[in-house]
Structures are given as structure tokens and as C-alpha cells.
Design a binder for this molecule. Structure first.
Ligand code: NDP
Length: 615
């Protein structure tokens, strides 16, 4: 049991560790794979093939061939809108799973709810948490199953999207000379698709090999994404910069194959147990009854919400976090009583009173301290060298940074070829022609792997590389200059027949992003089918509906994961605090469950309140 004094000490320790890491430049500490680093952005997976530009008309064009584009395409096809085009800068479908083929890539959310359209495609995941190649193969399966390759344009970057007032269509141009029109457009480029490099002085001077984890060069390392050992590293000294979720997965593989591995750490990740297992086909046959996946996704939301769930079907790393907090908050209250209170609250649409909120916050801290103590104790139990173990311990609340789950990461530090170079929150000081400098020591290496993550929350146009020019010449980047303005996270006033498939101002379900996508896809397919059936030329939200929705979003309480007490990271704007833009990127005040309940009723009503349909 942690005493009050321990808590105070711990809070002070967390604050001191946070202070070490706060950088006044925030997100500006990073740089792009552009300019002198442009070659690092090239696609190592699919050869570039010349093709003729297209100059046709399609009913629906979707920018991004990741899960958003695939699921929306599938639902549109089911709704009878067959004329659909995917456009992506990658050489194929899959989005994040196309790019992130680093060794050990795996999803931390249970596959039963992470892989969309399992029922429709008849696919059974092989494991509870599946590997990257299986997720990519599933994306390709969806594309084949629903005929989404037919008109797709890969290795193609959109240059402009402009509303044509007279013809009432969108004109789309690309870097491959394409110039075509579409009645509807949607953007689903994903929250983490622009890879970033650390702004370490001298980074451009390094003369050895270097690549970002989302552009893994198996030609250099040997091996492959399916797990074949990276034999070509047997005589190489390799550095990894970064110890986030990506690094936690690829380090065990590098430790097995590199002659020498140096891991450069600024902030340790929290690494909890993985407990993966194969899926039993007999068990799967029993549960896979019509409608099961929606029930499972809904059950996950129920488990991640504030009430008492009826059961936990998913039982993954995320629902376990929620369960711990709930059990602490309940204290001795019997479950049956708590369930009744939850049901009554739902029935009367009541939000928790202040006492309940206070109790939940206190329970959150207690549950978190217990969990983080376990995580730190696990480091001591697994890592043999006491100094390395001490440096691998995370000193912050678990949800301050993306929690990680691995049974291989910590043991990797027991391998004699693997050295943790802890920078005590400062980061790598300098990169030279031959290596990396920390605390005045030069670590000479042949290869640097940048596990430095992705841009988050940057300005729309900067991030996507194109803008939308809507009605009256208004640019989407201007419309969003103070932050997002949408109805339901999806529709923008002044941008008719356009949809933004993303999770902000909607369910904001960080732990199961596909659920956000599946839900938006249902809305798009229903709205478009309705407009097409009735012969409407345009659908667009009123500005009044958008403003009301944004006001509702602004009532959302800042969540623990974005707390400014947290150690800096991309979840909390690198510790720079809450500005208007950041606040607007929240979800529904009722949480994911609140949003899904609202939108379900909105769709069922068939009135589509807030949208205007014009002939
Ligand atoms: P992150 O942004 O989480 O990690 C970047 C790492 O680089 C951090 O450890 C950061 O340190 C470190 N870093 C940055 N600059 C320096 C520097 N100058 N010197 C030393 N270290 C530095 O990126 P990831 O690619 O690991 O993960 C991004 C996201 O992708 C995850 O949060 C998750 O959402 C998703 N993901 C999901 C997976 C899954 O489902 N299994 C697997 C992998 C990724 P610091 O922490 O101090 O900033």
C-alpha cells in the first residue's frame, strides 16, 4: 500500500523528471524527412511504376488508402456507390501498416476489434494481438473483397482539391499530372503519417547508413517484416534513437542480430506484460455469430467508459487499465449496486456529480501508482544490470505516454551486445560523421535507426501537403486556422460533399482507432446513399450546426492523457499546455460512448439534423 508520504515523494519525483524534459521549442525540436533528408522518405517497399495521368470523373474520391479509405470504400460499395477511387502516396493500401514494416511491428489492441470488417471478409485473426504483416494482408483483403483496387492511384500525392461552383464537383490534381473530378471527396490521411526526425545538431553529417523505422531498409539489414533474422547486421554496430512504442517492438529483433546495439534513450517507456496467445478456431466459431464484431467494439467502449460494464469480452491491455481504475473507485461497493447506479445514470442522462468525479480522479492516481510500481518492479526482476534497470524505469503516470506491452523488450537488455545509453532526459547531444555523442562520449556506429515518431496535430495543409479550396475560394486551412470546425468531426461548412475521416470532435477513441473509422464510414455511406437516391447535388452542414457542435466539444474536460502535469510527449503537445487548437481536437464530452450513442440516434432518425441537402 502506498502511503500519503510516498505519494507526495512520487509526485515530486515525477515533477522533477518532467522538468528535465520540458523543451521551450516544443514540437519545433523535430524536423521532416524533406529537403536534405528527402531521400529518407522514399518508399523502400514497392517500385515506382510510370503510368499515364488520369482525367476522368468518379463519384467518390478518397485521399488515403489506409483503414479509413478502405472501410469507407467498402461501405459505399455495399450501399451501391460503385464508382470509388483511392489515392495514396504509398505504393499500396494499408496506410500506417503499409509504411511501418519494422521488425516486430504488432498491434496492441486486440485483433478481434482492431481488424475491421472481419465478418464481411470471413477472416479469423491468428492471434489475440496480431503482427504488422497480418494487418497489412487484411487491408489488402478488404481492398480485393470490395474491388477497391479498380481505380486506385498509388504513389500519387494530391496537389490540390478545388470545388467547382458551376459544375458542383471537386477538381483534383496530383503530382503525377492527374486532373480529374469527383462528386464527393473524403480525406483520411491518419493522425500519424508524417515521419519526423529529431533536430540533433550535426544529424546531416553522419556518413553511415540511416533510416526511419517507417522506411525500414531490409536491403541493408537483411531479414524481412515476417521475422526472418536480419543476418546482414551480424558485423554492424547499430544505434536506435528513441524508446517509444515502435522501438519497444523492434529492439528485441535488433538485439538478436546486430553485432552491437546502442539504444539512445531520452524517456523510458512503461512496458507492461503482453500475454499474447493464438486464437482457437473452435472458440472463434462459437463467438463469430452475425453482428458479433459490432457487439465486441461496443463492449470495448463500454469497458473504456466511466460506468460499470456488463462484461469484458476483449480483456486486452487497455480494458485492463480501465478495470483497475474502476475497481479502485468502487472501493467496497458491490458490483450489482454499481451496475444499477450506472444504468440509472444512463437512463436519466446524468453526468457524475463532483464527489464522484473527485473519487474517480483519486482512484485513478492510486490505481496508477500501483500499476507503475509493478512496471518498475518488473524492470528490476527482468534486467540483470542494476544501473540499466534503474535507467529503464519510467517516472510518470502510465497514461502520460503511450503505454507499451512486451515480453521481449526488457530481456533484450540482458544480451551482451546491447547497451542502453541513457541521456537523462536530454537526448542525443550531437551526431558526427561516425557516430553519436552523449555526455561527451562518442559512440561510433555503422547505422542509425530513427525511432523518433510522427508529427501530430500540425496544421492541416502542412501535414497533408495539399489544401481544400471550398465554396467562394475558402481554404480549409483558413477555416481551421484556430482549430478544427466540424459537425461530428466529419462535415465542414463551405465544403460541400466533403468529409474528414478522423477521430477528433467525434469519438476520439485513441485505443481503437478502427472503431472511429467504421462509425464514420457508416455515416458517410448512409448520407451519400440518401443524397444519391433523392437526386441531391450537394450536402453540407450549416455553420450554425458546426458552431453548436464545436461549443459542445469545448465543454469536454481535459483528459488525463493530455494533462500538463505529464512528462512531455506528442499526446500532450510536448508539455506546452492547452491552446485553443488543442482543446478543439478533443472528443465528445460524453466520451466515445457518448458520441456513438448520439450519432447512432442521429443516423437512425433519418433526418440528418444540421445537414443541408441542395438540388
Ligand atoms: P514516439 O513519438 O512515441 O517516440 C519517439 C521517441 O524518440 C521517444 O522515445 C522520444 O523521446 C525519442 N526522441 C525524440 N527526440 C530524441 C532525441 N533528440 N534524442 C533521443 N531520443 C529522442 O514514436 P513511436 O514511433 O515509437 O510511436 C508513435 C505512435 O505510433 C505510438 O504512440 C502509437 O500510437 C503508434 N504505435 C502503435 C503501435 C502498436 O499498436 N503496437 C506500435 C508502434 C507505434 P521522448 O519520449 O523523451 O520524447
Amino acid at each position: 500500500m502506498t502511503t500519503l508520504l510516498d505519494k507526495a515523494d512520487l509526485r515530486a519525483k515525477y515533477a522533477a523528471e518532467r522538468a528535465k524534459r520540458l523543451r521551450p521549442e516544443g514540437n519545433a525540436q523535430y524536423q521532416r524527412l524533406a529537403g536534405k533528408f528527402a531521400s529518407l522518405a522514399a518508399d523502400p517497399y514497392t517500385p515506382y511504376v510510370e503510368r499515364d495521368p488520369v482525367a476522368d470523373h468518379v463519384t467518390f474520391a478518397f485521399v488515403g488508402a489506409g483503414m479509413s479509405g478502405l472501410v469507407v470504400g467498402a461501405r459505399l460499395k455495399e450501399a451501391g456507390i460503385g464508382d470509388f477511387r483511392l489515392i495514396d502516396k504509398a505504393g499500396g493500401v494499408g496506410g500506417t501498416w503499409y509504411w511501418n514494416r519494422y521488425p516486430g511491428a504488432r498491434c496492441d489492441t486486440a485483433a478481434m476489434i482492431y481488424l475491421p470488417l472481419l465478418e464481411e471478409t470471413g477472416y479469423m485473426p491468428t492471434e489475440k494481438y496480431v503482427r504488422g504483416p497480418e494487418i497489412l494482408a487484411h487491408c489488402e483483403r478488404i481492398a480485393r473483397h470490395f474491388g477497391l483496387y479498380d481505380k486506385a492511384l498509388f504513389h500519387t500525392e494530391v496537389s490540390s482539391i478545388e470545388w467547382q461552383e458551376a459544375a458542383r464537383v471537386w477538381r483534383i490534381t496530383t503530382n503525377r499530372g492527374d486532373d480529374f473530378t469527383a462528386k464527393y471527396v473524403a480525406i483520411g490521411t491518419g493522425p500519424l503519417h508524417v515521419a519526423k526526425l529529431p533536430g540533433i545538431p550535426g544529424i546531416e553529417q553522419f556518413k553511415g547508413k540511416s533510416f526511419h523505422t517507417s522506411r525500414w531498409d531490409y536491403g541493408y539489414t537483411g531479414g524481412d517484416a515476417d521475422g526472418a533474422p536480419m543476418a546482414k547486421l551480424a558485423d554492424k554496430r547499430v544505434a536506435v534513437i528513441g524508446t517509444g512504442a515502435t522501438s519497444v517492438q523492434c529492439i528485441p529483433h535488433l538485439a538478436k542480430t546486430a553485432k552491437q546495439l546502442f539504444v539512445f534513450q531520452r524517456t523510458p517507456s512503461s512496458v507492461d506484460v503482453r500475454n499474447n496467445h493464438p486464437i482457437d478456431p473452435q472458440w472463434y466459431a462459437q463467438i463469430a455469430k452475425p453482428g458479433w464484431q459490432k457487439r465486441w467494439m461496443d463492449n470495448f467502449v463500454e469497458n473504456m467508459g466511466g460506468g460499470i460494464p456488463s462484461e469484458d469480452l476483449i480483456d486486452d491491455g487497455w480494458t485492463a487499465i480501465s478495470r483497475r481504475i474502476r475497481e479502485k473507485a468502487l472501493g467496497g461497493t458491490p458490483l450489482w449496486l454499481a451496475r444499477i447506479v450506472t444504468r440509472l445514470r444512463k437512463a436519466f442522462n446524468a453526468s457524475p456529480d463532483q464527489r464522484t468525479t473527485g473519487r474517480v480522479r483519486a482512484a485513478f492516481e492510486d490505481a496508477d501508482i500501483e500499476k507503475m510500481e509493478q512496471i518498475r518492479a518488473r524492470v528490476d526482476a527482468v534486467v540483470q544490470d542494476p544501473q540499466t534497470a534503474a535507467q529503464l524505469k519510467p517516472w510518470y503516470a502510465q497514461l502520460c505516454k503511450r503505454p507499451c506491452f512486451s515480453d521481449e523488450y526488457l530481456p533484450a537488455y540482458n544480451a551482451p551486445n546491447t547497451v542502453l545509453v541513457d541521456t537523462d532526459g536530454k537526448g542525443v547531444e550531437q551526431i558526427t560523421e561516425t557516430g553519436l555523442v552523449v555526455n561527451g562520449t562518442l559512440y561510433e556506429v555503422d547505422c542509425i535507426v530513427y525511432a523518433s515518431g510522427f508529427e501530430y496535430g500540425a496544421n492541416f495543409q502542412l501535414k497533408t501537403g495539399f489544401d481544400l479550396k471550398g465554396r467562394g475560394g475558402q481554404m480549409l486551412s483558413d477555416y481551421w486556422s484556430d482549430g478544427l470546425q466540424t459537425l461530428h468531426g466529419l462535415h465542414m461548412h463551405g465544403f460541400p460533399n466533403a468529409f474528414a475521416v478522423q477521430m477528433n470532435q467525434a469519438a476520439n477513441m485513441v485505443s481503437n482507432i478502427p472503431h472511429n473509422i467504421v462509425d464514420h464510414a457508416a455515416t458517410i455511406a448512409q448520407v451519400v446513399a440518401y443524397a444519391e437516391r433523392r437526386g441531391y447535388a450537394e450536402v453540407e452542414p450549416t455553420q450554425e450546426a458546426v458552431s453548436q457542435w464545436v461549443s459542445l466539444i469545448m465543454t469536454t474536460e481535459p483528459s488525463v492523457i493530455t494533462s500538463t502535469d505529464c512528462t512531455p510527449g506528442f499526446w500532450n503537445n510536448e508539455g506546452q499546455g492547452w491552446n485553443e487548437t488543442f482543446r478543439r481536437a478533443q472528443g465528445h464530452p460524453g466520451g466515445a460512448g457518448g458520441f456513438f450513442t448520439h450519432i447512432d440516434a442521429w443516423r437512425r432518425s433519418g433526418r440528418y439534423a444540421g445537414l443541408m441537402f441542395n438540388r
